[in-house]
Design a protein around this ligand. Structure first.
Ligand code: PBG
Length: 323
């Protein structure tokens, strides 16, 4: 044998030199949950070690994470049911606790990068991402609400808007609304290929945002489809997306790969709540090693072609680097 691939695996130094994909804190975005009030750190049973924080404690949590080297955060509001309505009015009310918290976070940590979802579901009494009318999610009447929400978030200081609703035409409408309001520097990371997945369960527990009727299959993508992701990506890029996201990550590594191969626009992936919760559950039973499974998952998402990864593992990964 004159070719023995094992020679390139014979020790750590050689293995690391020829390693093809790498993972660093610069690749990670940490999703955090905010609740109105003070002194709140609330457990989310299906999302171990992730909490609903009130702003005072969230600032401390972020400070600790910044010291660990996490620079980009995605913040989600857990809204009380009695404040939700059919048109998600609260989402763009400048006095709401979420927008005030965004302002506070950006004032306290000007160097931090903050991202936020734009979709109706956390504020909607129907639990859908778009407007529900006569049992149907209406596309075009949802768009002005998304635009108002995006402008309100930009005004509060959000750096990256994440349209996550999968309505057609939303990126273009949000881009023009932001530009008209003077927020030409606010980025858009579009949830480009967002699938109607079974892996969002713990997230919906965290926000109590599960749909009250039906499912999300008329707007989120069919899990069987890949070519359709190319249609979505082409539209989002043409409409002005700065980054295109695939969500979830693990069952869709082929989709991450095909977008990376076909677009020059940076590609990100959302390693979602159910993917994180599964590792916790299996590790708790002693069936997998937590840190090894985490590293393998995150590295596989990078290998598939993702530049950035939104992941609940961000803090554990950061901690594993200092241990
Ligand atoms: C809502 C939204 C969801 C997630 C992010 N934004 C859930 C959904 O579409 O029902 C899921 C994130 C996760 O599971 O970690 N627009």
């Amino acid at each position: 044998m004159n070719i023995r691939p094992r020679r390139n695996r014979k020790n750590v130094a050689i293995r690391e030199m020829v390693q093809e994909s790498r993972l660093g804190l610069e690749n990670l975005i940490f999703p955090v949950f905010l609740k109105d009030g003070a002194n709140i750190k609330e457990e989310i049973p299906s999302l171990p070690n992730i909490y609903r924080w009130s702003i005072d404690l969230l600032l401390k949590e972020i400070e600790g994470c910044m010291e660990l080297g996490i620079r980009i955060y995605d913040i989600f509001p857990a809204v009380e049911d009695h404040l939700k309505d059919q048109t998600a009015t609260m989402s763009y009310d400048p006095s709401n606790f979420y927008l005030k918290a965004i302002q506070k976070i950006k004032e306290t940590f000007p160097e931090l990068v903050l991202m936020s979802d734009v979709a109706l579901d956390p504020y909607s009494s129907d639990g859908h991402d778009g407007l529900l009318r006569n049992g149907k999610i209406v596309n075009d009447d949802t768009l002005p609400i998304l635009a108002k929400m995006a402008v309100a978030q930009a005004q509060a200081g959000i750096d990256i808007i994440g349209p996550s609703d999968m309505m057609d035409g939303r990126v273009g409408v949000i881009r023009s609304a932001l530009d008209e309001a003077g927020y030409t520097d606010t980025s858009i990371m579009s949830y480009t290929a967002k699938y109607a997945s079974a892996f969002y369960g713990p997230f919906r527990d965290a926000l109590n945002s599960a749909p009250k009727s039906g499912d999300k299959k008329t707007y989120q993508m069919n899990t069987a489809n890949k070519s359709e992701a190319l249609i979505e990506a082409k539209l989002d890029v043409e409409e002005g997306a700065d980054m295109i996201m695939v969500k979830p990550a693990l069952c869709y590594l082929d989709v991450i790969h095909v977008l990376k191969e076909n677009f020059a626009t940076p590609v990100t992936a959302y390693n979602v709540s159910g993917e994180y919760a599964m590792v916790h559950a299996a590790a708790q039973k002693g069936w997998v090693d937590y840190n090894a499974a985490m590293n393998e998952m995150l590295l596989s998402i990078r290998r598939a072609g993702a530049d950035g990864i939104l992941t609940y593992f961000a803090k554990d990964f950061a901690q594993s680097l200092v241990e």
